[in-house]
Design a protein around this ligand. Structure first.
Ligand SMILES: [Ca+2]
Ligand SMILES: [Ca+2]
Ligand SMILES: [Ca+2]
Length: 527
C-alpha cells in the first residue's frame, strides 16, 4: 500500500503538466474510439541498470515490450525519475527519433514525455531508444528509479482505476459528457462518466477539478431515487444502476444501503424546473455547500464545463498494468585523496589553485568507471615587510649582511616560520654622510688635545643650532645654541663635576642648502 501511495503521488505530479494539452487529448479520444478491449495489458519489466561512468549514455530499456491481446493506439507516454532524481544532473534523451511523435525531457520535473497518436508498436520503438546519462560525478550518489507509463491517465491505487479530466471552454450538458466519456478508452479500457463510491475516490476527484464537473449519477428515471447510471455501477440492479441515495423531503440526500454520498447542505433539492443530474461543486461555485460536495442540477446547466472520465470496471484489474519501473544503481566513483601544502599557489592537474580547500578531480578508473581524487590543499601566504631607515653614514643591514652607502630600495629574502618566502623591503636614506663628523669620544683633561665635544663639518655645514648633552639618568648637563661648527671651545668642555662615562647628545644641524637635520648619539667621556 505504501508503494502504491507513492506511485499515486507521482502520477498526480505528472498529471498537471497535461492539463494544458487537453485539446490534443480530446482529439485523440475521438480517433481512438474503435480501439479493442484490453483489460489485460502489462509490460515486461526492463532490467535494472548499473551506472558507473558520468556522461556515458545507456539505454534504459533496450528490450522494452508491452504484452497485450490486440494492438491499440496510444496518445502519449511518460518516462520519469520516480526516485532519486538529481535535477540538472540526471538526464533522459534519445539518440534519434525516427517517428513523428513529439518527445522531450523536462529538467524541472525529470519527466521525458512522448506525445502524439500512434500504434503501441511505435511507442515501444521510441522507449527502446531512450537513454539515461548523468552529467555530474560529484553530486551525492543516489540510486534511482525510473517509471515508464503508457498513456496519460491518472492512477488511483485504491481501486486500480484510471481517470482523466476533460476541461471545456464552454458549458457542456450532462448527456454530452456521459456520451463522450463512454466513447473514450484508455489502452482499450472502456471509459465512463465517473462514479464515486468512497471518500477516497471523492478526494481523488476533488483534487483534479478546477470547476463544476459532471458525475455519473442521476434521478431522471425516478424522481428522488439517485442511481449511478454509468460504468459497472450503472449495469447493476438489473441495469438500473446502483441506488446510492434517496432525496429526503424537503431537501436532503440520505444514503441508501450504506452507499457513499457527499451531498452539500440542503441538496439534492430538485430545484426550480427540476434537477436530475449529479455534479461535484468546483472551487469557484460554493453557492451552497463547499468545493468537493455534490449537488443536483438541470441537464443543461450553464455552470458545468468539465467532467471526469473513469476507466476500469469492478475490482479485477490485476491484469491491467500499463506501467513498470526499473532501478538505476549509481556506482560511487573510485575514491582517492591526496594532501598538499604550498606557498601562495598550487598547480594540480592543469589547474592553478590560490585558496586552501578541498578540490576534486574526476577521471576514469582502470575499469572504465568514474574515479574521483580529492586534493586537500593548504596554502600559506608569503610575507612582505616594509622597512624605512635613515643613516648619516654607511649602513649595515643584518638581513643581507651587506653595507650600503647610497640611498635606495633594498630587498632581503628569508624563509618564514610557515616555510614560505619572507621578503623585506628597506627604503634606505643616507643623509650627507660626508658633510659632518661627530666624534664618539673626548677627554676633557686640559692637555689641549681633544678637550671638547662638538660637531665638525665641511663647507656644507653652516651652523649647529643647538647641542644638548644628558647623563644616563636623563639629566641635562650641557646646552648651548648657535654654535659655529669646527670650533672645539664652543662645544662641551666636560663639566668638572661630571664623571667619566657615556653621555647622550642631541643636536640640530643647519646646512648650506637650507636643510636641517637632528642628530643623536652617544659620546664617551674619559678623564
Ligand atoms: Ca468509480
Ligand atoms: Ca431530481
Ligand atoms: Ca440542486
Amino acid at each position: 500500500m505504501i508503494l502504491l501511495t507513492v506511485l499515486f503521488r507521482l502520477f498526480v505530479a505528472g498529471w498537471f503538466s497535461l492539463l494544458s494539452s487537453n485539446s490534443d487529448l480530446r482529439a485523440v479520444h475521438a480517433s481512438s474510439m474503435s480501439s479493442p478491449e484490453n483489460d489485460s495489458l502489462s509490460i515486461v519489466p526492463p532490467l535494472d541498470l548499473t551506472y558507473c561512468k558520468t556522461y556515458e549514455k545507456r539505454l534504459i530499456a533496450p528490450d522494452f515490450k508491452a504484452l497485450y491481446t490486440a494492438s491499440f493506439d496510444l496518445d502519449g507516454a511518460r518516462i520519469y525519475f520516480s526516485e532519486g532524481y538529481a535535477k540538472g544532473d540526471d538526464q533522459l534523451g534519445m539518440l534519434n527519433n525516427p517517428t513523428n511523435l513529439q518527445t522531450g525531457f523536462e529538467t524541472a520535473t525529470g519527466v521525458f514525455s512522448i506525445r502524439g497518436n500512434a500504434p503501441i508498436e511505435t511507442y515501444e520503438q521510441i522507449i527502446r531508444s531512450i537513454q539515461y546519462f548523468n552529467t555530474n560525478s560529484l553530486t551525492p550518489i543516489r540510486d534511482k528509479q525510473i517509471t515508464i507509463v503508457l498513456g496519460n491517465k491518472l492512477y488511483n491505487p485504491e481501486n486500480g482505476h484510471y481517470y482523466t479530466l476533460v476541461q471545456n471552454q464552454n458549458a457542456i450538458s450532462w448527456i454530452a459528457a456521459k456520451d463522450q466519456a463512454s466513447r473514450d478508452n484508455y489502452l482499450g479500457l472502456g471509459g465512463y462518466l465517473v462514479t464515486i463510491t468512497s471518500k477516497q475516490e471523492n478526494d481523488f476527484i476533488k483534487a483534479l477539478i478546477a470547476s463544476n464537473s459532471w458525475l455519473g449519477g442521476s434521478d431522471s428515471a425516478e424522481e428522488g431515487v439517485w442511481r449511478w447510471v454509468t460504468g459497472c455501477e450503472g449495469e447493476m440492479d438489473s441495469g438500473a444502476g446502483v441506488y446510492f441515495s434517496r432525496q429526503n423531503v424537503p431537501n436532503a440526500g440520505l444514503s441508501v444501503n450504506n452507499n457513499y454520498n457527499n451531498w452539500a447542505c440542503t441538496e439534492p433539492n430538485d430545484c426550480c424546473e427540476g434537477e436530475d443530474y449529479l455534479h461535484m461543486i468546483g472551487p469557484e461555485y460554493e453557492y451552497c455547500g463547499f468545493f468537493g460536495e455534490w449537488n443536483d442540477l438541470p441537464l443543461n446547466d450553464g455552470t458545468v464545463r468539465s467532467y471526469i472520465i473513469e476507466y476500469g470496471c469492478g475490482e479485477s484489474l490485476e491484469q491491467f498494468k500499463p506501467w513498470t519501473t526499473l532501478r538505476i544503481f549509481r556506482t560511487p566513483p573510485v575514491y582517492g585523496s591526496i594532501e598538499a601544502t604550498a606557498c601562495d599557489t598550487f598547480s594540480w592537474k592543469g589547474n592553478l589553485y590560490t585558496k586552501s580547500g578541498s578540490y576534486y578531480y574526476p577521471s576514469t578508473s582502470a575499469a572504465g568507471c568514474d574515479s574521483l581524487t580529492e586534493l586537500q590543499l593548504t596554502l600559506f601566504d608569503s610575507q612582505i615587510a616594509e622597512l624605512r631607515d635613515t643613516s648619516d653614514q654607511a649602513y649595515f643591514w643584518e638581513a643581507t649582511g651587506l653595507t650600503y652607502d647610497k640611498s635606495g630600495l633594498y630587498e632581503a629574502y628569508t624563509t618564514a616560520s610557515n616555510g614560505c618566502d619572507s621578503t623585506t623591503h628597506l627604503q634606505l636614506e643616507i643623509i650627507k654622510p660626508n658633510d659632518y663628523f661627530i666624534p664618539n669620544v673626548f677627554s676633557p683633561n686640559a692637555d689641549g688635545h681633544n678637550d671638547y665635544f662638538t660637531i665638525y663639518g665641511n663647507e656644507n655645514l653652516l651652523a649647529i643650532s643647538w647641542i644638548k648633552v644628558f647623563d644616563r639618568w636623563g639629566n641635562l648637563v650641557f646646552s648651548r645654541t648657535d654654535l659655529p661648527p669646527n670650533q672645539s671651545e664652543a662645544g662641551w668642555g666636560g663639566n668638572i663635576e661630571v664623571g667619566a662615562g657615556t653621555y647622550l647628545f642631541a643636536a640640530q644641524l643647519q646646512f648650506k642648502d637650507g636643510t636641517s637635520k637632528k642628530v643623536t648619539g652617544s659620546i664617551l667621556l674619559v678623564r
